[in-house]
Design a protein around this ligand. Structure first.
Ligand code: SF4
Length: 102
């Protein structure tokens, strides 16, 4: 995936939030569960489990804000799949404001 300068800046901002989190983010231990290939059959079960783990993450809102603003097109970020994030973006043009109120 090629990232724009803006996406890299957003990514670095998320990395700072991860570094400063009071505990490890769940996806650190199970990256394939969150960011695996959605074409694989077990994707729905993986998405459900990943979304549950996101609810226990100390930076859920930061992560969702990143994914919305960077327009991540795959993976579970901030407790939402790509399709859910797409619907959220459509329902509210201000992604940062929306993510902080979810
Ligand atoms: S919200 Fe989910 S995807 Fe984002 S850092 Fe936390 S565990 Fe990982």
């Amino acid at each position: 995936m090629v990232r724009s300068k803006q996406q890299w800046d957003l990514w670095l901002e998320l990395q700072k939030a991860i570094d400063n989190a009071p505990s490890i983010t769940p996806c650190t231990n199970f990256p394939d569960l969150f960011f695996g290939d959605s074409a694989i059959g077990a994707a729905q079960a993986d998405n459900r489990m990943a979304k549950e783990l996101c609810q226990k993450c100390p930076i859920t809102n930061d992560c969702l804000t990143y994914a919305l603003e960077a327009k991540e097109e795959w993976g579970v970020w901030g407790g939402m799949t790509y399709q859910e994030r797409k619907r959220l973006r459509r329902s509210n043009g201000s992604t940062r404001k929306t993510a902080k109120t979810v």
